[in-house]
Every structure is written in structure tokens, then in C-alpha cells.
Design a protein around this ligand. Structure first.
Ligand code: FES
Ligand SMILES: [Fe+2]
Length: 453
């Protein structure tokens, strides 16, 4: 049998071992083709709604060769346009040097080259010496080129393909699984970005599985590890942990520690996580975990430690006006810890915080990408901090993320070795990677996983 006949195209086939060639990671031709076949076809997470709260607020979002302006026209309407002047193609809004994107408030967008002006609805409102065009500059020919924009989960999503399915159809089961967490109510605690010397898929695949945790982050082994899984949900995937019976809550991100004294290991795990990752927890959860040792007797079983910790943290937050949604433990077990939204966004959800990753190509260079991470939590009304995307060198990221970062360029370089035959994801714990490439192949027409003998 040749490789083509063993190409994997169904979810069931991904339960068995596959091998994935390096073309999707390394090929300049593949990276160029991604622009037309993937980035201009897919729904992409492009920003947060709270960043454009007032009329005239806008953000830009760049992907490969394209730049998009997303602007609030009024209280009800958000619009997106290609960030290009229709006169002679000057980029309409420049990104300030060193910034991730442009952001501001405008009543109109005025091109800096010759002064053509556009309203928040994209219509051209002023053209110097318009009569010179002898009546040929109709509204249709002068309005900004529109881009589809919808919202879900508190994010702005764009799609450059006028023929695309709706965002709802694209997301499939994702809203049903994540809406209970009310992610739209969360606000950023921090947001950082960086440029890596690796393909955007290498960056995303450093976070879409739990298989690496025991080795890349050995410190966490002291707190006990559950076995991780990865499941496929249409275009998307999610990952989580198998929790012991009666500890279904622990399948989510808020896990108690294991070992002889779960009070102590939970507190230690929370403090370690806060100090070294600054993700996946909140100060309220850390403080409630620190009190476990005083509030519970020594031989309290893990399930009771978990219930006490979560319920006291919930009550602490309620006292300051932060109300967590209530999610059924069985739903928590089903939803897992993080969702990979095809193609390049990951949401690590919980009832009171989330950790999100995104990676985008750096132009058409297969060897570089823009990587970003943001941590969100619930704040009392009006008390969310004002955050910006901060370009952050590796040394200034939380140490646990630095451990992940250390693998990026090394994987990209290693894949170029004459001795490397293709990536072999764990069929159970890294099925998310196999699924990503199966779905990418449907857009790209190349790079599908191949079944192992
Ligand atoms: S290119 Fe924008 S006004 Fe000329
Ligand atoms: Fe990691």
C-alpha cells in the first residue's frame, strides 16, 4: 500500500498510531499556501469585545499578509474591514512600532497618504478632488472592503471568506461545552506576546497535550498527576484528566493535590502554580488553599478537601462581589481543562479563570511565529485592571512557561534533521495534534497523518 491510501481522514482512525510528515511545519510553499487556503478561510479569534467597549473604539488584527480593523460602530454594531485604503492600497491604520496591534478610538479613519476618509460603517466620506474621477467613484467602489465579524465567549472572531459558514456552525459543540463557564465575563490579568523561532503549529502543540507535563515540568510531579486524555470534537479538540470516582471536580483545572495529606499538597500546588506559572489559579484560590491546614483535620479525605477548598474560595469571592458560575461536576469532567479551537487558538477554561494561547505565522516564514498568552479572571464590577499586550522576552515570562518555550526552537530545528522521519503523537494523550493535521489537510490538500502499520 502506498502512503496515499493509508492517509487518515476520520476521527476513528486517529485512535490508532499515525505519523505526520514535516511539510506542514517546514515547507515555505506550504506556509505561503496557508494564507489562501487556511487563514483566509477560517474563523479566527481576533481580540476581546471589552477592548472595543465604546463607539469608535477599534483594534487591528494581523494574520500573514492581511490586516483587519475591527471597530465598534455603535452600542449594538461591531464591524470589521480589511485595513487598506481603497485609493492606492496604503495600509489605513499603522501598528505603532513594537506593539502587537493598533488600538484606539476614532470618529473616522483618514488615510495618511492622500486623505481619503472613511466612517465607522466603512463608507467613504471624503475624497479630495473627487470630481476629477468624473463621477466614477461610486459608494461601492470607495467603501472599505468588509470582513465577517461575529462574537462568542467575549471574543471578536473574523472570517475573510464571504462564503464561509457562520461562526456558530464553525464552533460546533464548543459553545455548548464552554458557555457554562461564562468566559465573556472574565477580564485579562495579564497579556504577553513574543516571536518564536518555530512554526505556529510547533508553538500550539507545546500546549495541546498533557503528555509533556511530567518531563518538561517535573516540579508538578510532586503534587500527583492524573492521566491525561485528548478528544476530538469536529474541527476542534480538548484535553483533560481522568479523575478518580467521586473527585469529578478534579478533572477540571482546580485540582487537589495527592499524597498523604491533600490539605498540604493542595496548598503547596497552589502556591507553586501562582508563583511559577501565574496561570490556572487566582489569589482567592491560593489563599483558601493555604487555610486548609487550619480549617480541616489531619485525616480529611481528598474529596472533602476539594469540596471545602472550592466552597470557601467561592464564598470568599462572593463577599467581594465576584460570583462564579456553578457548573455540574460531570460537565467539568466532560469539558476537561482546555479546548483547541481550530486552527490556532486554545482556551484553558475554569469557572473563575482562564488561560488562552494563540500562535500566528510571522509573515510567510515557516520557521517563525507570533505567540501570545493571556490570563483572565473574574473581577468585582469596575475593578478589572487595564491591560495591554506586552512584548515580553522569554526571561520575563513565568518560569513554567519558560520550560515550555525551551522546546520550541529545538523542535523546529530537530524536525529538519535528516534523521527525523515524522512526528508520532501519542494516540491517546496527543490525539489533538493528529486531529489538527487531519483537519489542516482538508483545507491545505496536503500533510494528512498516515496510519502506521
Ligand atoms: S492611498 Fe489612501 S488616500 Fe491615497
Ligand atoms: Fe507545558
Amino acid at each position: 500500500m502506498n502512503d496515499a491510501t493509508r492517509t487518515v481522514a476520520s476521527v476513528e482512525q486517529l485512535e490508532a498510531p499515525v505519523i505526520i510528515g514535516t511539510e506542514a511545519y517546514l515547507s515555505p510553499d506550504y506556509a505561503r499556501a496557508e494564507r489562501d487556503r487556511l487563514w483566509r478561510k477560517a474563523w479566527l479569534q481576533a481580540g476581546r469585545i471589552e477592548d472595543i467597549a465604546e463607539t469608535g473604539d477599534f483594534v487591528t488584527f494581523d494574520i500573514h499578509d492581511d490586516s483587519i480593523i475591527i471597530v465598534r460602530e455603535d452600542a449594538q454594531t461591531i464591524r470589521a474591514f480589511h485595513n487598506v485604503c481603497v485609493h492606492r492600497g496604503r495600509k489605513l491604520v499603522d501598528t505603532p512600532p513594537g506593539q502587537r496591534n493598533a488600538r484606539g478610538n476614532r470618529r473616522s479613519f483618514i488615510c495618511g497618504f492622500h486623505g481619503w476618509s472613511y466612517g465607522l460603517d466603512g463608507n467613504c466620506t471624503y475624497i479630495p478632488h473627487k470630481e476629477d474621477w468624473q463621477g466614477s467613484l461610486t459608494d461601492d467602489r470607495t467603501r472599505l472592503s468588509g470582513v465577517k465579524c461575529e462574537t462568542w465567549g467575549g471574543w471578536l472572531w473574523i472570517n475573510m471568506d464571504p462564503e464561509s459558514v457562520s461562526l456558530d456552525a464553525w464552533l460546533g459543540v464548543v459553545p455548548e461545552m464552554l458557555d457554562p463557564y461564562q468566559l465573556h465575563n472574565m477580564r485579562a490579568r495579564w497579556r504577553k506576546w513574543i516571536v518564536f523561532d518555530c512554526n505556529w503549529k510547533v508553538a500550539m502543540e507545546a500546549f495541546n497535550e498533557t503528555y509533556h507535563v511530567a518531563t518538561t515540568h517535573p516540579e508538578f510531579n510532586a503534587f500527583g498527576q492524573f492521566r491525561g486524555w485528548a478528544r476530538i470534537q469536529g474541527l476542534h479538540t480538548h484535553i483533560g484528566y481522568e479523575a478518580p470516582k467521586g473527585l469529578e471536580e478534579d478533572a477540571g483545572k482546580m485540582r487537589t493535590g495527592t499524597g498523604a495529606d491533600p490539605r498540604r499538597s493542595t496548598a503547596e500546588m497552589q502556591m507553586f502554580t501562582w508563583e511559577n506559572a501565574n496561570t490556572n489559579t487566582t489569589m482567592t484560590l491560593v489563599n483558601a488553599a493555604k487555610r486548609l491546614i487550619d480549617e480541616l483535620p489531619e485525616d480529611t479525605p481528598a474529596s472533602e478537601v476539594s469540596r471545602h477548598w472550592i466552597s470557601t474560595a467561592r464564598a470568599d469571592d462572593e463577599r467581594r462581589g465576584v460570583v462564579w458560575p456553578t457548573v455540574d461536576p460531570m460537565h467539568t469532567a466532560k469539558a476537561g481543562t482546555a479546548w483547541q479551537i481550530f486552527p490556532n487558538f486554545q482556551i484553558g477554561h475554569a469557572v473563575n479563570n482562564m488561560l488562552c494561547y494563540m500562535a500566528r505565522p510571522w509573515g510567510n516564514d515557516p520557521d517563525r511565529c507570533i505567540f501570545e498568552a493571556a490570563v483572565y479572571e473574574l473581577y468585582p464590577e469596575g475593578e478589572a485592571p487595564e491591560t495591554r499586550w506586552e512584548y515580553t522576552e522569554p526571561d520575563n515570562w513565568p518560569p513554567v512557561l519558560q520550560q515550555d518555550f525551551a522546546n520550541m526552537a529545538a523542535v523546529q530545528q530537530g524536525m529538519k534533521s535528516a534523521g527525523f522521519k515524522g512526528t508520532q503523537p501519542n494516540p491517546y494523550m496527543e490525539r489533538s495534534t493528529a486531529s489538527l493535521h487531519m483537519n489542516l489537510a482538508k483545507f491545505m490538500g496536503a500533510g494528512a497523518p498516515v496510519a502506521r502499520d
